[in-house]
Design a protein around this ligand. Structure first.
Ligand code: BGC
Length: 857
């Protein structure tokens, strides 16, 4: 026995030394290297003195050079030992240096309502940045989803400032914990892409303070973000990059921001204005804040040298706090391709997918009962990981809906795929114009002069003007043709072009297509009702704004759009998944988007639903879309936002119940665009356009036509509008179905409390169904006795709770003074009107079964 024991002890030692010790040592090493992640240290007198001494060693010219972007991001300054600090776009992946992990978009992460997950994703983004030697990550994007038309909603989080703030703080803390600077953007009131350099967001101060600024305020005060990016637009007639109110008064003054305020790329329009109004770093290059402009400005007393010192000091101080001069930013212990990143990306996608309709409990599907599944639609394959523009990453191995479903089901089940609709290029080339086309290209921008006449076979002109910028002549093109219908019924007229171009399409003399579209390059459709054999005259006038022609026009009979193969597959399958929605060309940076689905997709859904009653629709998109034509005809609807590279796996897991859906809408889904609170206020105010004359650095005069966007919807954004008016949207903010059910009970709210004190609210939530699931408990505050009008209710707390069947958890949420306050503009402060408040708890902005009154003294 003793011998055996000896042997066992000896072998244990041997095991520890030979096998376990190396593993333990390796782990310790990894931890040591990992702890080299180096979160920034706080500022200190010694660090400040060192930074100031470095600034003092610079000449005026060198200081000016340092406040303009260069090389890899910032300008290096070898004389004081400063390298260039590298920047990469976020916000949903470190996108600038080759393939990377494509995480779910901001709106997806907001739909998880899970700040802990957001923080982990932030950490992974930080590690991805370190693996590429990146110092600045250009994210998060925190602008408010004011309108469903906004092209970049998907990059941002939500329509609600509280939800956005909680998520952005978690993102920033995660990224910065890895020794990488997060850059919160786009500061501020940047809620449309249309004419983004020249639109002025005209909002009153209370609207800004209560809706559009809190996410930035939280980023600075709670998240301690070290970089902020100014937006392109003007705010109340002054560009953000030179806006005294935004930059000096609020950001650097009231919020005490000590980090770096950079411009968006080419978002500067002057030298002295930004220099004196808070901008620290002009990106991507010193277009205006350069030696040529600022040295004379300093000598003329227009800009103080101490103002420039402060900008340089901010850059150096931040670099010292992050240890950028003492350690390499490239950290080889962080993988470029990381399996754990994939796992986090999958978690984000799984927790975000939001089930909006599930008629007759069709979902979850039972894999054992399915022999054939049809996966149809433009978004079924390849994977749509993100929207368009600077956030779009190249993912290593994106999983499409088709491949995700096939992977889950295995070889036993037949997975049928078809795009369902033609590519738009085929649509244009296959239009059968009656009697040919006459194309007149005029040597002017107003259809005057002697035109060159040609007779193309189709209208699809994507040619660049090859003469080069110097020789380019103005041109305008008129197409005259006709279309003869076959069967009577609904036809689709499709027009494509760049959003700055002017185009007009007349059908039998009636103008159908607006002069200027604000919805991007994607082709857009207009319905035509034609009788059998009807001939209509079609005239299109096209005015390109730059050197490339971007114009295409076609007409097709709607039912003919749908592929016969897709119809056959849908009819043969046990269940059909129709994957539709937006993608990089129809929703993205630089243009706004349509409220309707991209062309043909409504018709595709209808056709699939007609072929198979078990039709499930998945919609990719930042926010809501027009479902009116088909929602009642389909069995189930899933909003999948932009789920990142693991989206296909997540969709399959939700469809087949491996994941119980737990996403909740971070934005209200309106019935129609005209129902949206932003509808009357989204377009520029007619007649309020003004021109701004700017002299470019090369001496050319440039005219910017400023268009004023009146934020007349004020605080009535999203659910604030719906709950205040008592009307009902299609799906309310915070809504999302589950495969189980929950109930709320036992609300505890003090009947009285002192104004300004923290109020504790608690309640129970129970899983009343048969499967495990997660519920997002939401707390809304109403202030019926306020002296001024306030939104009927506002989100002020939430917590996601995981529950086994039958399980109950007690949730406690604390409400601080801000939860009860409004911005009092005359008094210039956050104010609580003592009196009655109502606390409501539930699972959406409209479904709040618990409520109790509270009096603040
Ligand atoms: C975008 C920013 C982005 C920058 C750099 C701009 O066009 O608005 O969000 O960070 O480009 O790519």
């Amino acid at each position: 026995m003793k011998n055996l024991q000896k042997l066992t002890t000896a072998s244990l030692f041997a095991f520890v030394y030979t096998l376990l010790l190396p593993v333990l040592l390796a782990c310790a090493l990894v931890t040591a290297v990992r702890s080299a992640a180096q979160a920034p240290v706080p500022d200190s007198p010694a660090l400040e003195a060192k930074a100031r001494a470095m600034v003092a060693r610079l000449t005026l010219e060198q200081k000016i050079e340092m406040i303009g972007g260069a090389e890899c991001g910032t300008h290096s300054m070898p004389s004081i030992g400063l390298p260039c600090f590298r920047m990469s776009d976020g916000p949903v992946g470190v996108r600038t240096f080759g393939p990377t992990t494509a995480y779910p978009a901001g709106v997806s992460l907001a739909a998880t309502w899970n700040p802990e997950l957001m923080r982990r994703e932030g950490e992974d983004l930080g590690k991805d940045a370190r693996a590429r030697g990146v110092h600045f990550l250009l994210g998060p994007g925190v602008n408010i989803a004011r309108s469903p038309r906004t092209g970049r909603n998907f990059e941002y989080f939500s329509e609600d400032p509280y939800l956005t703030s909680v998520m952005d703080v978690a993102y920033i803390q995660g990224v910065q914990s890895q020794g990488v600077i997060a850059t919160v953007k786009h500061y501020a009131i940047n809620n449309q892409e249309f004419n983004r350099h020249n639109a002025s967001s005209d909002a009153d101060e209370r609207t800004m303070r209560e809706i559009y600024l809190p996410a930035f305020e939280a980023a600075v005060i709670k998240g301690h973000v070290d970089a902020v990016m100014n937006s392109y637009n003007q705010v109340n007639g002054v560009h953000a990059t030179q806006n005294d109110f935004l930059n000096l008064k609020v950001l650097k003054g009231e919020w005490g921001f000590k980090g770096i305020l950079m411009s968006d790329w080419d978002a500067t329009y002057d030298a002295v204005g930004p220099a004196n109004n808070g901008l620290d770093l002009e990106m991507p290059s010193p277009k205006f804040m350069n030696v040529q402009n600022l040295v004379p400005a300093v000598h003329a007393g227009l800009v103080k040298e101490s103002t420039l010192d402060d900008k340089v000091l901010r850059i150096i101080r931040t670099a010292l706090r992050y240890g950028f001069l003492d350690r390499p930013q490239f950290d080889p212990s962080d993988s470029t391709y990381s399996v754990s990143d994939r796992a986090v990306a999958l978690e984000g996608a799984l927790e975000s997918i939001t089930l909006l309709k599930n008629q007759g409990h069709l979902l979850p599907l039972d894999p054992a009962k399915i022999k054939t599944i049809a996966v149809i639609g433009p978004n079924a394959y390849p994977a749509v990981t993100g929207g368009g523009g600077s956030s779009l990453t190249t993912a290593f191995e994106p999983v499409s809906t088709v491949t995700g479903i096939a992977n889950l089901l295995g070889p036993r089940v037949s997975v049928l795929y078809n795009r369902g609709l033609p590519e738009s290029v085929d649509f244009f080339q296959q239009t059968n114009w009656a009697g040919g086309i006459k194309a007149e290209t005029f040597p002017s921008s107003d259809f005057t002069g002697t035109p060159i006449i040609s007779s193309p076979r189709f209208i699809a002109d994507w040619r660049p003007d090859t003469r080069g910028p110097e020789q380019q002549t103005p041109r305008s093109i008129r197409y005259t043709t006709a279309f003869k219908s076959g069967k009577a019924g609904k036809y689709l007229l499709l027009a494509a072009g760049a959003n700055e171009d002017v185009r007009k399409v007349f059908v039998d003399g009636k103008q159908l297509v607006a002069d200027r579209l604000i919805d991007g390059h994607t082709p857009q459709a207009w319905p035509l009702d034609l009788s059998e054999g009807q001939t209509v005259n079609v005239v299109a006038e096209y005015l390109p704004h730059d050197s490339v022609n971007h114009f295409a026009l076609g007409i097709a009979y709607e039912p003919d759009l749908i592929s016969a193969d897709a119809r056959q597959m849908a009819a043969a399958a046990d269940v059909v998944v129709v994957a539709v929605g937006f993608e990089r060309y129809s929703e993205g940076e630089g243009h706004d988007r349509t409220f309707t689905l991209p062309w043909g997709e409504d018709v595709l859904i209808e056709a699939m639903a007609a072929a198979n009653p078990h039709t499930i629709v998945t919609v990719t998109g930042g926010v809501g879309t027009d479902t009116r034509r088909w929602l009642s005809k389909v069995a189930a609807l899933l909003q999948i936002y932009y789920p990142g590279q693991e989206g296909g796996t997540a969709v399959a897991d939700v469809l087949f119940g491996k994941q119980n859906p737990e996403g909740k809408l971070p934005v209200t889904f309106d019935n129609s665009w005209t129902d949206s609170a932003s509808y009357p206020y989204f377009y520029p105010v007619k007649g309020a356009d003004t021109s701004l004359h700017v002299t470019e650095t090369d001496g050319h005069k440039v005219d910017y036509v400023i268009e004023h966007i009146n934020y007349g919807d004020r605080l009535m954004v999203g659910y604030r509008y719906w709950t205040t008016t008592g009307k009902h949207p299609l799906y309310p903010f915070g809504f999302g179905l589950s495969y189980t059910t929950f109930s709320f009970s036992n609300l505890k709210v003090p009947t009285e409390a002192a104004s300004g004190s923290t109020v504790e609210v608690s309640f129970d939530v129970t899983n009343t169904g048969k499967v495990a699931g997660a519920e997002v408990t939401q707390l809304y505050v109403s202030d019926p006795s306020a002296k001024i009008d306030r939104p009927e209710r506002e989100l002020k707390g939430f917590e996601k709770v995981r529950l086994a069947p039958g399980e109950t958890k007690h949730v406690t949420l604390n409400l601080d003074a801000r939860a009860f306050s409004y911005w009092d503009t005359p008094a210039h402060k956050w104010t609580i009107d003592p009196g009655k408040f109502v606390i409501r708890v539930g699972d959406s902005s409209e479904d709040t079964p618990l409520h109790a009154d509270l009096t603040l003294n």
